[in-house]
Design a protein around this ligand. Structure first.
Ligand code: WT7
Length: 649
């Protein structure tokens, strides 16, 4: 097999093979120019492949920064993901092939899923859920999560999925922000052999969430029920309600601009933002990108390993693939359970053809060693994807050699919760890839690099801007129109969208993503605001002040490093550091757990009292300190650096 070092040194390109160039869903390089010349016509053609209850009058109405796509069009997302397929030979095709972590398995055909979604839609209606009302979903990665999302879409309710790893407090804040009327949860789920007691956490959240009138509890494993408290009148078992539910439910005719879902994501303040996605444009954008980027064919077995609690799961586990009538593999648990080859074993067992995962996972696989994938055939795979953070060329090449076996193109897809759909990506039948580059904007999407003056630059580094509206774009931040404007649309004055990412464009016009330029971290492919972690820390009774920065981490990409000043009368100790870490986990969830806590009597501040995170980052990265001339007291940072180095040993 080819050596990693040789491939890296060669600075190689990976052009599509003859087979890919001739058989992919899109093979014509001319598509970029054609889409650029007429983006609305480009999206219009994809929209016509879907099913509409009423046609649109205009593809786009753009009053920056407010877009309306498929104006006047009416459709139902669940009908597009289900009814449209059950009227064809896809009726008996597997829609969801699911494996639980303990090894239990279920397969739902399109017909099964159609019936289950219709029945659950009736259940929601019977509990009084109305069109436009919000429904919170706090579930493990089980088919019922997809069922609940599609059932909401069917009756026009707005779902707000909260990742099962979030704490009670995070769940409560999200429920309250959205004023959700109903919560769907489960007795629990499985992760690394442990039960995750979701209902118990939900009960804690619900103590401060009065908008919730009803709770539906999925029994994760009928053979092994997880003990829960049931509040009479409020809590109902999913399986009981479903016994009495009618299996036919007419899909609501939704306006293209009706809200489909809210998904919370971290920003630069302590409070997560409820990103709003609507119906028509979102479906068109996820449908189109799934079809062309993942090249889905009728016989594919497609596996995106993301949790549905993140946007990747919304767009590329549920809506995009099901709108394409694909067979979707879902797996509940950890990649190293019971062994470090669980993913590779599953790829062989189910004959997975398209596999989409995150660089943090790939780096963990690298660390675990090639012997794990080497034991497996992996010969059904034909296409690999990456998402969530920049993929370092070493990881790209490792993926190419050890998983793709030098046979599968890799699509490195850049996008965000806000963009809803993949924005920068190779097209596997068109693009010659370079390890580490997400390559070019998807046809119809306009991306560019801007310098500090806001000017477009053809090559070199700067801020990544999106200069044209796109169908799956966010329509707002729930309940906070001002933040929508300031966060995304105020950096430039010409109606361009600010991504928050730094990037470089090379001589071939390829984009190389460089990470966030704001106070947002990317820990294991998940977004985390430094302010959120700081708020959690200062909430602890011993903490006077906290500053959080990211530091490079071999597997996670970034890890959380916290600098903490204690209140008078409290002394630093390892035990207190542990207690603070636990406090953050309890406030936010395990993803926010600081790797490191450094106690310090002072934090480096400017003369106006602003904490200089840049210097803390230098310290956390073990770098030479940058300019310290604006500090009120330069000695503080010098002391901190010494202290840090002593601790790191
Ligand atoms: C941020 C968005 C949307 C997928 C899951 C993350 C980073 C995402 C890539 C990539 C380099 C990437 C960016 C972006 N990111 N994909 N292929 N290459 N960076 O969604 O939580 O909304 O985070 O993830 O920094 O802004 P998210």
């Amino acid at each position: 097999m080819t050596e990693i070092s040789a491939l890296l040194q060669e600075d190689r390109r990976f052009p599509p093979s003859e087979r890919w160039r001739t058989t992919a869903n899109i093979t014509d390089p001319g598509i970029y120019d054609r889409a650029l010349a007429d983006p609305e016509g480009f999206w219009d053609r994809f929209a016509r492949e879907l099913e509409w209850i009423a046609p649109w009058d205009a593809v786009l109405e753009w009053n920056p920064p407010h877009a309306r796509w498929f104006v006047g069009g009416k459709l139902n997302v669940s009908a597009n993901c289900l009814d449209r397929h059950v009227r064809t030979a896809r009726r008996n095709k597997a829609a969801i092939v699911w494996e639980g972590e303990p090894g239990d398995r279920r397969t739902l055909t399109y017909w099964d899923l159609f019936r289950e979604v219709s029945a659950f839609a009736n259940v929601l209606k019977s509990l009084g859920v109305k069109r436009g009302e919000r429904v919170a979903l706090y579930l493990p990665l089980v088919p019922e999560l997809a069922v609940a999302m599609l059932a909401c879409a069917r009756i026009g309710a707005v779902h707000s999925v909260v990742f099962g790893g979030f704490s009670a407090e995070s769940l409560r804040d999200r429920i309250n922000d959205a004023q959700a009327v109903l919560l769907v949860t489960a007795d629990g789920g499985y992760r690394r052999g442990q039960v995750v007691p979701l209902k118990q956490t939900a009960d804690e959240a619900l103590a401060g969430a009065p908008s919730i009138k009803n709770v539906i509890v999925v029994q994760r494993h009928a053979g092994a029920p997880i003990p829960v408290d049931i509040t009479e009148g409020r809590d109902h078992w999913y399986h009981r309600l479903m016994q009495h539910a009618g299996s036919s439910c007419e899909p609501e005719a939704m306006d293209a601009e009706d809200m489909l879902y809210i998904l919370y994501t971290s920003g630069t303040t302590g409070k997560p933002k409820g990103i709003v996605h609507t119906t028509g444009g979102y479906l068109v954008g996820t449908y189109a990108t799934t079809k062309w980027v993942f090249d889905l064919k009728e016989d594919d077995v497609y596996w995106c390993t993301a949790d549905i609690g993140w946007v990747t799961g919304h767009s590329y586990v549920v809506y995009g693939p099901l709108a394409n009538g694909a067979t979707v593999l879902m797996y509940e648990g950890a990649p190293d359970w019971p062994h470090k080859d669980r993913f590779w074993e599953m790829i062989d067992r189910h004959g997975v053809t398209v596999f989409y995962t995150a660089p943090t996972a790939i780096r963990a696989f690298m660390r675990w060693g090639t012997e794990w994938p080497a034991k497996r055939r992996l010969d059904t795979l034909r296409l690999l994807g990456s998402v969530g953070e920049p993929i370092n060329p070493e990881a790209w090449i490792w993926y190419h050699l050890n998983i793709g076996r030098e046979r599968c193109p890799i699509v490195d897809t850049w996008w965000q919760t806000e963009t809803g759909m993949i924005m920068i990506t190779p097209l596997p039948g068109v693009t010659s890839t370079k390890p580490g580059s997400a390559t070019r904007a998807f046809p119809g999407v306009a991306a560019e690099i801007r310098n500090a003056k806001g000017e477009r630059i053809e090559t070199g580094g700067g801020l990544l801007a999106l200069t044209k509206p796109w169908p799956a774009m966010l329509r707002g931040i729930y309940g906070d129109p001002d933040r929508y404007l300031t966060q995304y649309w105020s950096r430039w004055t010409d109606g361009a969208y600010f991504t928050g990412d730094g990037a470089r464009r090379d001589e071939d016009g390829f984009f190389w993503l460089l990470g966030r330029v704001d106070d947002v971290l990317n820990v294991a492919g998940h977004r985390l605001g430094t302010m959120e972690v700081e708020s959690a820390l200062v909430d602890h009774p011993t903490v006077a002040e906290a500053a959080v920065v990211g530091r490079s981490h071999e597997i996670k990409g970034q890890a959380v490093a916290a600098f903490v000043t204690l209140k008078e009368g409290f002394k630093p100790s390892d035990a207190l550091a542990e207690a603070l870490k636990e406090h953050v986990v309890r406030k936010i969830g395990a993803i926010a757990r600081p790797d490191q806590i450094l106690f310090s009597a002072d934090l480096p501040k400017t003369r106006s009292g602003k904490i200089m995170r840049r210097l803390l980052r230098d310290i956390a990265e073990g770098k030479a300190l940058g300019d310290t001339s604006t500090l009120a007291d330069p000695a503080v940072v010098a002391r901190l650096k010494t202290q840090y180095e002593e601790k790191e040993g």
